[in-house]
Design a protein around this ligand. Structure first.
Ligand code: ADP
Ligand code: MG
Length: 291
């Protein structure tokens, strides 16, 4: 085979050949045709070719291995997520099954009503859990509109207060100006709720304060709470999918926020003082001036 390959190459005028190989793997060969101004290739030329081929091989090897790592990480996340979902679904399903069995035994109306309510609550919990996983797994689709982000935030705060009406949690939005940005209101609402929920869950009677600053480059939205802050270890892992310090937490809220911020071409930063509170800053690009 080799002799044939060499004669094939001679046929098409290849005079020098070097292997494209790295770490014992041959990716291909690099052939050079006759020297343009005559003469034969000297050892220096060959050394240059060898170097060129070796560099090429390293570039190919790096490309292949990084693609492999990305795929492996992706699969690992999917595996982890599947296990979590199975776990999260098991408990409510067990409770629903038990309640249904009880209903078929008890014919007492009061008892049955209580059990039906329990089933409804469990189904609702399942629904919320599954929605969270989907929000994490799905790519964020961003349908940007030009919106007053201050007004939208006020609206989010109202919705959040309605949901958290049993607690003494306070949300305030400083809204003395209009700031137009191009964002997806649904994605922003999701981000707001994930942040506000974490503050509420950290301290039931705490407070979340939302303020805005803008310059010609970015619009910054600051979410500051007084809900006890986080340790350095927690801050380090905060955005990792599945990292949670809560029993029954999904650990996806912050990962989703990060994903949303990135999809909006923005950034999300955190700073936190343990024992005091946490501040998240969402930086969004200023809308393009169409002049
Ligand atoms: P989950 O809420 O399901 O635990 P998240 O990704 O939303 O998952 O949050 C991850 C962890 O970060 C939480 O378990 C909590 O320990 C910490 N955390 C997030 N936000 C705050 C906050 N505002 N105050 C204190 N701790 C927080
Ligand atoms: Mg959360």
């Amino acid at each position: 085979g080799l002799a044939k390959q060499i004669s094939d190459m001679e046929q098409v005028g290849i005079e020098a050949v070097v292997p494209i190989a790295a770490e014992g793997v041959l990716y291909g060969i690099l052939g050079f045709s006759r020297k343009r101004f005559g003469g034969v290739y000297d050892p220096d030329d060959l050394e240059t070719f060898r170097l060129l081929a070796a560099r090429t091989a390293v570039a190919i090897a790096i490309h292949i291995s990084s693609a492999k790592i990305a795929k492996r990480e992706h699969l690992a996340v999917i595996g982890e997520m599947t296990a979590m979902i199975a776990h999260e679904i098991k408990n409510p399903l067990g409770a629903i099954k038990a309640a249904a069995e009880q209903i078929s035994i008890h014919k007492n109306e009061m008892e049955c009503e209580k059990l039906t309510l329990m089933i409804r609550e469990e189904v609702l919990r399942l629904d919320t859990t599954i929605k969270t996983y989907l929000a994490f797994a799905r790519p964020v689709s961003i349908e940007s509109e030009e919106i007053d982000i201050v007004k939208l935030t006020v609206r989010c705060a109202e919705l959040f207060r309605n949901e958290a009406n049993e607690s003494n949690f306070e949300v305030t939005v400083r809204n003395e100006k209009v700031i137009k940005v191009a964002i997806d209101p649904d994605a922003y609402r999701q981000l707001f709720f994930n942040l506000a929920k974490n503050s509420l869950e950290a301290k039931n009677n705490g407070r979340l304060n939302v303020t805005f600053i803008e310059d010609e480059r970015v619009v910054s939205v600051m979410f500051e709470d007084n809900c006890g802050g986080m340790s350095l270890e927690v801050i380090e892992k905060l955005f990792n999918p599945f990292f949670t310090t809560k029993t029954g937490g999904t650990g996806l809220g912050m990962a989703i926020c990060k994903k949303i911020a990135t999809a909006m071409d923005g950034k999300l930063f955190v700073s936190s003082t343990e024992g005091f509170g946490t501040k998240f800053t969402l930086e969004l690009p200023q809308k393009q001036e169409t002049t």
